[in-house]
Design a protein around this ligand. Structure first.
Ligand code: HEC
Ligand code: HEC
Length: 365
C-alpha cells in the first residue's frame, strides 16, 4: 500500500516536471511497479517475474520489437537489396574511390567504427560518433539530431558530405552510369534507372535488413518469464523503475524518438541546429538499445567507453550542460544505484545485444 501511494506521488511529479520543460513524453510512468526499496521478503534478491511481466504489460510502453516498418514506395525486392548491398560496400561512391559506407559502418564493428568519432575524409577526426545502422529503420528520424526523416533521405547525406565521402551526386551518377553492371541492375528494378532517389532507396532497403530483434527481453515480454535470468529480471525492474531508463528508452525499438539533453558537456548544438529553437540546444534523439553490446564507445561524442561507464554516468546524474533535460536534473541527480544494482542493470542491457546479421562485401560490378 505504502508503495502504491509513493508511486502515485511520483507520477504526479513526473507529469508536472515534463510539462514544465515542454518535453513531450508519452510514456506512462511506471506507477505501481515495485521501484522503491526492496521489502524484507524481496531482499533475497529475487522478484516474482510473473508480477513484473504483468506490471510492464499494464503500466509501461514496453512492447516486443516486431518487424521493421517498410515504406510502401520502397518494398524489399531481392534485386533492390542486392543492389543496396553493393552500393553500401562500394568505395566508388566516394570522391577518392577509397571510402565506402562500410568504412564507418563496419559489420564486424557493430555497423559502427568502434572509435569515439569518425575519421574525416581530409584527415583528423570529425565531431560525432559513427552511430550503428543496426535497427536504424525503426526510427522516425535519422542522425543523432534527427535531421533526416527517413533512411532514404539519410543515405544521400554522407555521400555528399565533404568530411565523409566527398562525392557530388551528379558526378556519382555519371560514374555509376559508366559501369555496365550497375546500369543493367538499376534498369532491371527501377524504370528511371540510375538516379539519386534510386541510389537512396537501394541503400535504405539494404539497411532495413540489419536488425536485432527477438532478444531474451522480447521473449520475456511475450510471456516467457524464463527467458531472463533472475539478475536480468532485476535489471529490467531497475530499467523500468528506480533507474528511470524507460522514461526515454521505450517503445518497440527502446527509443521514444524524442530529443533530450542528458547533460554531456560538449559544444555540439544537437537538435538546435535543425530547429533553431533555443530549448533544443544539445538535445539528441534517444538512441535505441538493440545491438548495444556491439557498438562501443557510446554517446554522440563517443565519450563513454563501456556500458559500465554509461551506467555510472547516469547514476551520478550526468555532466552539467546548462540545458540538461529537466527530468534528469529532477529525478536522476544522482540515482543512487548500489554496486549490485549496477551489475543487474548491466546484465539486463546485455540481453539486448543479440547477433546482428553480418553482411559481407559482394562482388562489385
Ligand atoms: C566517414 C564516416 C562515415 C561514412 C563513410 C558514412 N557514415 Fe553514416 N554516419 C556517420 C556519422 C558520423 C553519422 C552521424 C552523423 C550525425 O548524426 O550528424 C552517421 C549516421 C548514419 C546513419 C544514421 C543512423 C541513425 O541512428 O539514425 C545511417 C543510417 C548511416 N550513417 C548510413 C550510412 C550510409 C548508407 C553510408 C554510405 C552511403 C554512410 N553512412 C557513410 C559516419 C559515416
Ligand atoms: C531523458 C531521457 C533519457 C533517459 C532517462 C535515459 N536515456 Fe539513455 N540516452 C538518451 C539520449 C538522448 C541519449 C543520447 C545522448 C547523446 O549522445 O548525447 C542516450 C544514450 C544512451 C546510451 C548510448 C547509446 C549509444 O548508441 O551510444 C545508452 C547505452 C543509454 N542511453 C542507456 C540508458 C540507461 C541504462 C538509462 C537509465 C539509467 C538511460 N539511458 C536513461 C536519453 C535518455
Amino acid at each position: 500500500m505504502k508503495r502504491i501511494v509513493k508511486g502515485a506521488v511520483l507520477t504526479v511529479l513526473l507529469c508536472i516536471g515534463l510539462s514544465a520543460c515542454g518535453e513531450k513524453v508519452k510514456v506512462k510512468a511506471p506507477t505501481n511497479l515495485p521501484t522503491e526499496e526492496k521489502s524484507e521478503a524481496e531482499k533475497g534478491y529475487d522478484i516474482n517475474p510473473e508480477g513484473l511481466l504483468t506490471s510492464l504489460q499494464n503500466h509501461t510502453n514496453l512492447v516486443p520489437i516486431g518487424d521493421v516498418p517498410i515504406p510502401p514506395d520502397n518494398p524489399m525486392k531481392p534485386e533492390v537489396l542486392e543492389l543496396g548491398q553493393m552500393l553500401f560496400f562500394d568505395p566508388r561512391l566516394s570522391g577518392n574511390n577509397e571510402v565506402s559506407c562500410q568504412t564507418c559502418h563496419d559489420p564486424n564493428m557493430g555497423y559502427g567504427d568502434n572509435q569515439p568519432t569518425f575519421n574525416k575524409f581530409t584527415g583528423g577526426t570529425g565531431a560525432r560518433n559513427s552511430p550503428t545502422v543496426i535497427n536504424s529503420g525503426y526510427y522516425t528520424s535519422n542522425f543523432w539530431d534527427g535531421r533526416a526523416v527517413s533512411l532514404e533521405e539519410q543515405a544521400l547525406g554522407p555521400i555528399q558530405n565533404p568530411d565523409e565521402m566527398n562525392q557530388p551526386l551528379d558526378e556519382l551518377i555519371k560514374e555509376l552510369s559508366a559501369i555496365k553492371g550497375y546500369q543493367e541492375r538499376f534498369q532491371a528494378v527501377f524504370p528511371d534507372g540510375i538516379t539519386e532517389q534510386n541510389i537512396a532507396k537501394s541503400l535504405a532497403a539494404f539497411q532495413r535488413q540489419i536488425v536485432v530483434k527477438d532478444t531474451p527481453y522480447d521473449r520475456f515480454l511475450k510471456g516467457d518469464t524464463q527467458a531472463l535470468t533472475k539478475q536480468e529480471v532485476n535489471g529490467l525492474r531497475l530499467f523500468t523503475g528506480k533507474a528511470f531508463c524507460v522514461t526515454c528508452h521505450n517503445g518497440p525499438n527502446l527509443s521514444d524518438n524524442n530529443f533530450y539533453n542528458i547533460g554531456l558537456n560538449t559544444e555540439d548544438k544537437g537538435r538546435q541546429a535543425v530547429t533553431g529553437q533555443e530549448g533544443d540546444l544539445g538535445r539528441i534523439r534517444t538512441p535505441g538499445l538493440y545491438g548495444i553490446t556491439h557498438t562501443a564507445p557510446y554517446m554522440r561524442d563517443g565519450s563513454l567507453a563501456t556500458l559500465e561507464e554509461v551506467i555510472d554516468y547516469y547514476d551520478r546524474g550526468g555532466d552539467s550542460h546548462p540545458n540538461k533535460s529537466f527530468f534528469i536534473q529532477k529525478f536522476m541527480s544522482p540515482i543512487g544505484l548500489t554496486d549490485e544494482e549496477k551489475a543487474d542493470l548491466l546484465a539486463f542491457l546485455k540481453t539486448l545485444g543479440g547477433e546482428p546479421p553480418i553482411f559481407t562485401k559482394p562482388q562489385l560490378p
